[in-house]
Write a protein that binds this ligand. Sequence first.
Ligand code: URA
Length: 433
Amino acid sequence: MRMVDLIIKKQEGKALTKEEIRFIIDGYTDGSIPDYQMSAWAMAVFFQDMTDEERMELTMAMAESGDQIDLSAIEGIKVDKHSTGGVGDTTTLVLAPLVASCGVPVAKMSGRGLGHTGGTLDKLESIPGFHVEIDEATFASIVNENKVAVIGQSGNLCPADKKLYALRDVTGTVNSLPLIASSIMCKKIAAGADAIVLDVKIGAGAFMKTEEDARALAHAMVKIGNLAGRKTMAIISDMSQPLGVAVGNALEVEVAIETLKGNGPKDLEALCIELGSQMVYLGGKAADLAEARELVTENLRNGKALEKFKVFVASQGGNPAVVDDYSLMPQASRQQEVLAEATGYVTEIVADDIGVAAMLLGAGRATKESTIDLSAGLKILKKVGDPVRKGEAIVRMFANKADFGQAEKLIQEAYSIGEEQKEITLIHSVILD
Ligand code: URA
């Protein structure tokens, strides 16, 4: 087989076979196919697209290019969740104990964050004593016993994807539907999931800006998952304003705990119920989505999910007393409010700008080497649709060393206040196939 022939075949719009796709991915991973040929191929895919079968084969070839996590020692159907990324998205911290409390094993591999705030690992490390460095055997036995555990990401997951993503970044081929869908799905499959629930975000704070693009990505990923033998579903949810009421690590843990107590922000709670229902249904603990929704809602209301959170935290060395005393988590030494510049209703909060503001306060990493301030970030006091008076606080900022000035400027720019009361639709659609 010659790479040049496969580039031309794709350039002519023809479908590649499983063997041809394996040849490309294996060759690129081991270095026998150079960057310039891979770039040409990625550009051919960009213009000619791939069939559903090709997308699945590409996903599997990338999933098998490095370490694959073996979760077979864990009983039951392991359901994973993936979000395409947003601001203030602390769903995993709510969903993991919630779904586990319904009997579905949650064996989650999570990473650290780059950008707005930390990843799930950073957030969990706001809880004193919590650690994620556990070996695979201990991880499996904790999940078997408690139905939930979170482990740090393996060093060599999908090396083909890592290399190809870096190449796409500099060759104008990031924005290709088959390449995005296979890039996301290969990591979920390599992490050992039997079933996958996807949360595809749309809006100013999301990777996909329009409903049409988000739907296409969701359908593509659901197809790939199902063709690969992993039951997969997706929802499309709003990210035109930040989710919930906090952006920052310890601050988001606090909001997640409030949600588990039944006092969470309405949008975060609704999203967790929707995603949780799909996870419980795919995990085989309900006959249909309606029954799953009932079970999930009940466990959020009766305290079982909160109890499971305490067990989860304690099993990984954390102090479960944080549930009743948030001051056990890192606290910022300084706070400052941002005040509304007009009277009316909040009509827009550009999520991306709020994310960057939180990062400037110390909550995120600008580069992989940056250190994160777990106590820093912001609380959103007014969301879209809320009435405000000029001079009233709309955001409270938390920092230690960081300067408030630039973050405040960004927050003011992110907020629009107008005369009309707007409502935001949180869940745009549910994609089942
Ligand atoms: N996220 C990924 O993991 N890959 C992409 O290609 C885009 C977003």
